[in-house]
Design a binder for this molecule. Structure first.
Ligand SMILES: NC(=O)c1ccc[n+]([C@@H]2O[C@H](COP(=O)([O-])OP(=O)(O)OC[C@H]3O[C@@H](n4cnc5c(N)ncnc54)[C@H](OP(=O)(O)O)[C@@H]3O)[C@@H](O)[C@H]2O)c1
Length: 293
């Protein structure tokens, strides 16, 4: 059977790397995986996992999702001249009080998480449309479904990706192209160490009012305890990707962590949002927020 050609972005670490290794290791050699990363100097980690045994199922290629030329160059390296399965996974976190974020930082996050995803899809979609076949998968986030304090820009980027995918999915049914969002909660990857974060001592943070700084400290502790208690391994996320990829009729959304679903579902059911805001405040800051006037 013809191999299914897969392109994955952000394979230098984490979910992208694990997914590339797993798919390239399929015993039936079902997939030819193009594992892309923006900096090929980081390819050793991936090569270490595959130990040179995947010559006919894996290629590592350079691709920076913020650079259209680099995406185009990557496309030209795909010798099969088609992508059957496109995984838009590259992403960066950003945490800190909104007023501390510089214009440049905000632009960079949106450039990777939102525009990078859109650029990648734009580049490979015409081929899928012509062939009337394809599956676009995106690493989504709980932060794309519910707001999280001190993650306003990250959540904005991931909420926007939800809008892009949901809108595209409606159209692409007419082309036999599926769109799936793999909605992840916390995952043990390099995400936290790669995260852009306001640090204590940052000049911008020192200028923020004391209550915001206190709440930010509390949030950071909450965040680290959530990662400690509830984070999944990249391998758990890979299993959900494979479920979506192998399904004859893939869904738009897959949730990787059922423990986090109740709050998300409650949020979606709370039409005016106020109960969600109180529930989150209680969960993170151990208070339901300021008293009603
Ligand atoms: N880990 C979590 O808790 C979590 C939760 C929900 C959703 N997610 C999402 O999962 C996805 C993967 O993250 P991860 O957890 O696997 O974290 P990770 O280990 O930090 O991996 C992120 C990957 O994205 C790449 N990347 C960053 N900017 C890029 C660019 N301009 N072009 C191409 N690649 C770029 C990174 O490359 P470099 O090594 O060059 O930086 C890295 O390979 C992200 O979209 C993230 O938002 C993660």
């Amino acid at each position: 059977m013809e191999q299914r050609v897969v392109l994955i972005t952000g394979c230098s670490s984490g979910i992208g790397l694990s997914l590339a290794v797993q798919m390239a290791s399929d015993p039936a050699k079902t997939y030819k995986v193009y594992a892309s990363m923006r900096n090929l100097a980081k390819k050793e980690r991936l090569l270490e996992y595959v130990k040179g045994f995947h010559k006919d199922t894996l290629d590592i290629i350079q691709m920076d999702v913020t650079d259209q030329q680099s995406i185009q160059d990557a496309k030209e390296k795909i010798t099969e001249n088609r992508v059957d399965i496109l995984v838009c996974n590259a992403g960066v976190g950003l945490m800190g009080p909104l007023e501390t974020l510089s214009q440049d930082t905000m632009r960079q996050i949106l450039d990777v998480n939102l525009l990078g995803t859109i650029r990648t899809i734009q580049t490979f979609l015409p081929g899928m449309k012509t062939r009337r076949r394809g599956h676009v998968l995106v690493t989504g986030s709980i932060g794309g479904l519910q707001g999280l304090p001190f993650n306003e820009l990250y959540c904005a980027s991931k909420f926007a990706v939800e809008g892009v995918c949901e809108s595209l999915a409606i159209l692409l049914q007419h082309f036999n192209i599926h769109v799936s969002l793999i909605e992840s909660g916390p995952v043990n990857t390099h995400f936290l160490s790669n995260l852009r974060q306001s640090e204590s001592g940052d000049a911008a943070l020192l200028q923020v009012d004391p209550l915001t700084r206190d709440l930010y400290d509390t949030y950071l502790q909450h965040c680290s305890s959530v990662f400690h208690s509830a984070a999944q391994d990249a391998q758990d996320i890979v299993q959900v990707f494979l479920e979506a990829i192998q399904s004859p009729s893939p869904s738009l959304r897959y949730y990787t962590n059922s423990a986090l679903l109740p709050l998300t579902s409650r949020k979606l059911a709370m039409h005016d949002g106020s109960q969600y805001i109180r529930a989150m405040s209680k969960l993170i800051f151990s208070s339901s927020g300021p008293e009603d006037p």
